[in-house]
Design a protein around this ligand. Structure first.
Ligand SMILES: Nc1ncnc2c1ncn2[C@@H]1O[C@H](COP(=O)(O)OP(=O)(O)OP(=O)(O)O)[C@@H](O)[C@H]1O
Length: 722
């Protein structure tokens, strides 16, 4: 009997099919994963190749292993400097005193003894070791070694016989630098920055380019020094800038009466709008973020904090470098000359011949002018104040100059003047027989003040303390600005980043360590010692530099009371990162400095070198105030096609006109508001060397257009104005 074939069991049919499917799946997986692995390997190879290529172009810059630096013993340095004898002082900066020393082998050294240990000095010390210690270039001053003993922090450099450019330009009894020297110095500084920006990997941003940080060797060739504020350009970092320099200062601010009295109770913290701040610690953090307060000295007050505005926008802009020379016109430059010039000459009240010999009649005008600008909305100290000080907006420069001077030179308004400075004044003025200097003595006396600095004459008549008023005004303005900005920021982005950091800070924030064998954990209450071995608490007596240190009598800085008192101090006042007048406007204290910020500072430096003037030059002697602001004056001259008027009179016409005009125009391109419009340092060096043409000077700085084009409309405007 034929057997009936049984239908295949469904299991038997399914088995081979599912097996085949698994096989296919397995194959697909293997192939795709091997493709992924292959791609990854290719990517790694490419990356490796690329970084190798890159390394050949740049200096391998391993910050964790500074070049071999000699570790000096304190005793060694003490004997080299004659027990740190005063006669060996060659200069004094915001962070310490520099002595000349002689090693046993006969080598001259410069020994920088940092002031009492603090977060600030520690940061500067580490920065110098970390950054300058790892670099060697003929355009950078050589760091030879260091000394760390107990609370002592000392840096040892090669000795630069002609000291700093500051002294060569502004020093008393200086014969002045010849044109050739000046041009060579400009080129040297540019090449130093070229090395830092383009020759180092990662690039280094100097952050404080100014005359006192340019040292001159025996042949007057320049080397850039002072890396205390510099940083390596490492993407993605955030904490270092904030915590290493601003927190300490904010603690100090909290302690100051102004702050605790006026800001603490109701000032909201960035990231926590409307939140009441109850503890100093909370304010510390908030201020570190928002106030961008002074790091290098505590001189700066509220007006400087205004710099913090807009930083985020600009820093974002900088990232996307545009074609500098393409003239794409991406950034709109504020037209400074048209508005600035006339307003200036109309509104500015010229100083009289003597420092304090102020014409009361004009004073009235001045105050009228000020009240007028006050009346016009009360928002004069808005986000653009930096530009307005250049005469570029509706607020004329005097406001800035006066506000700044007012807050800086009047002891009654500046709590940071230390006793030493006060004591030094009579001594200094006794030496002087000039009536100006006799008057300058009065700067120390709170009740005698330059009438030009009185922002509101009526305050006196009301019997109120003028300084308190002014500060009050600034605080109100500042608070207003910050609250508005905070609100809008929070609306836009939320404040999670800042909140996270705040939490971190509360828990005790870890500072990145600097590879010197220990890690710093800065808790709010941490004990440190001062120079004498006394313990100090980070929270309370933590020693941050206070006030203006009296400069050594051998240093140029000592001419504090000699004539152009205001100019010197104004131009050398270090703000949160960088120095006021030299620091790029896009920098807001909380952001990162980028290469173009150095380019901006270089622009200012070039003008200073060529003109022999400070960026803010308010002289006691008669002078046109339109020249007080160097940058603004230069822009006016450029507009009038007379840039060579800027050249230092001390040169007595002995200079290369072509080079001078090239330098000035180059400086103007470096001083453009939008960082991306400024040339990069490679281009600057090429232009200076004559290997590249200077790009067309920005429209607003170029000489007035032919009347054919604009004359008619201008005349019309004038007629309608009449
Ligand atoms: N290597 C050096 N050789 C000779 N003189 C030096 C050297 N380094 C510094 N000096 C002198 O010491 C002065 C002070 O220098 P320092 O770097 O301490 O401060 P600064 O740059 O003037 O101010 P700050 O540090 O506040 O920016 C300089 O202006 C210069 O005259």
């Amino acid at each position: 009997m034929p057997s009936r074939q049984l239908p295949p069991s469904p299991n038997l049919v399914a088995q081979p099919t599912s097996f085949a499917r698994t096989k296919v799946l397995f194959l697909v997986l293997i192939i795709s994963s091997s493709v992924v692995i292959l791609l990854a390997v290719l990517y790694l190879l490419y990356h490796f190749y690329y970084s190798l290529l890159n390394r050949t172009r740049t200096i391998p810059f391993d910050s964790s292993t500074p070049l071999k630096l000699h570790r000096f013993s304190y005793r060694e340095l003490r004997s080299a400097t004659g027990d740190f004898d005063e006669s060996n002082i060659v200069g004094k900066g915001g962070s310490g005193t520099v002595f000349r020393g002689l090693l046993r082998d006969g080598k001259s050294i410069a020994v920088k003894r940092l002031d009492g240990l603090s977060l600030e000095t520690e940061r500067e010390f580490q920065n110098e070791l970390q950054i300058l210690g790892g670099l060697r270039s003929p355009f950078l001053v050589t760091l030879l070694g260091y000394c760390v003993e107990k609370n002592k922090r000392i840096l040892v450099y090669e000795y630069m016989p002609n000291r700093s450019l500051q002294e060569s330009i502004f020093g008393e009894g200086q014969s002045g630098l010849s044109w050739e020297m000046r041009f060579a110095i400009i080129l040297d500084v540019a090449r130093a920055l070229e090395f830092l920006h383009l020759g180092c990997d990662p690039p280094v941003i100097h952050g404080d380019v100014k005359p006192s940080n340019v040292l001159l060797d025996s042949d007057f060739r320049a080397k850039v020094s002072d890396f205390g504020l510099s940083r390596m350009k490492v993407e993605g970092e955030f904490g270092l800038d904030l915590f290493s320099q601003d927190l300490g200062r904010s603690q100090e601010l909290w302690k100051s009466q102004e702050l605790s009295g006026a800001l603490a109770p109701e000032t909201p913290v960035i990231g926590t709008p409307g939140e009441r701040v109850d503890s100093p610690q909370e304010v510390d953090f908030a201020l570190a973020l928002q106030a961008s307060s002074s790091s290098k000295t505590s001189r700066t007050t509220y007006n400087v904090k205004a710099l913090s505005l807009n930083s985020a926008n600009y820093n974002a802009n900088i990232e996307g470098e545009s074609d500098v020379w393409g003239g794409s016109g991406k950034g709109k430059e504020v037209s400074v000359v048209d508005i600035g010039c006339d307003e200036w000459s109309n509104k500015f009240v010229p100083y009289s011949d003597e420092l304090f010999g102020f014409n009361r009649a004009k004073d009235v005008n001045l105050n009228a002018c000020l009240s007028a600008s006050d009346a016009s909305g009360g928002k004069q100290w808005g986000k653009d104040w930096w530009w307005r000080q250049d005469g570029s907006g509706e607020l004329c420069s005097k406001d800035y100059v006066m506000e700044w001077i007012g807050s800086q030179i009047c002891p009654s308004t500046n709590p940071d003047w230390d006793d030493d400075d006060k004591k030094s004044i009579p001594e200094k003025t006794e030496q002087s027989s000039s009536p100006q200097l006799d008057r300058a003595e009065n700067v120390n006396v709170p009740q005698v003040r330059h009438p030009a600095l009185e922002l509101d004459k009526n305050d006196d008549s009301k019997g109120e303390n003028n300084s308190t008023k002014r500060h009050r005004k600034m605080q109100d303005w500042w608070k207003e600005e910050r609250v508005a900005e905070t609100r809008s920021k929070n609306k836009r982005k939320g404040s999670s980043k800042l909140r996270n950091l705040r939490v971190k800070w509360k828990k005790g924030f870890k500072l990145p360590h600097f590879g010197l064998g220990r890690r710093f954990h800065f808790y709010r209450r941490k004990k440190f010692g001062d120079q004498n071995g006394n313990d100090l608490e980070a929270d309370g007596e933590f020693s941050f530099r206070r006030g203006w240190k009296k400069k050594s009598s051998r240093s140029n800085g000592s001419d504090m009371w000699s004539g152009d008192l205001f100019s010197r101090e104004l131009s050398s006042t270090t703000s949160m990162r960088g120095t006021l007048c030299y620091v790029a406007p896009e920098y807001g204290g909380c952001g990162y400095l980028m290469e173009k910020a150095d380019v901006y500072s270089l622009g200012v430096l070039i003008l200073v070198i060529i003109s022999g003037r400070r960026p803010l030059h308010v002289l006691a002697s008669p002078m046109k105030l339109e020249k007080a602001n160097l940058i603004s004056w230069c822009r006016q001259l450029a507009h009038a096609g007379e840039v060579l008027e800027l050249v230092d009179e001390k040169l007595k016409g002995e200079y290369n006109k072509e080079q001078a005009s090239l330098c000035i125009n180059l400086a103007l391109t470096c001083l453009q508001k939008m960082p991306e419009l400024r040339p990069d340092i490679g281009e600057i060096v090429k232009i200076l060397k004559g290997e590249m043409d200077l790009p067309p000077v920005p429209f607003e700085f170029s000489p007035s257009p032919p009347s054919k084009l604009f004359g008619k409309s201008r005349r019309k405007e004038k007629a309608s104005a009449d």
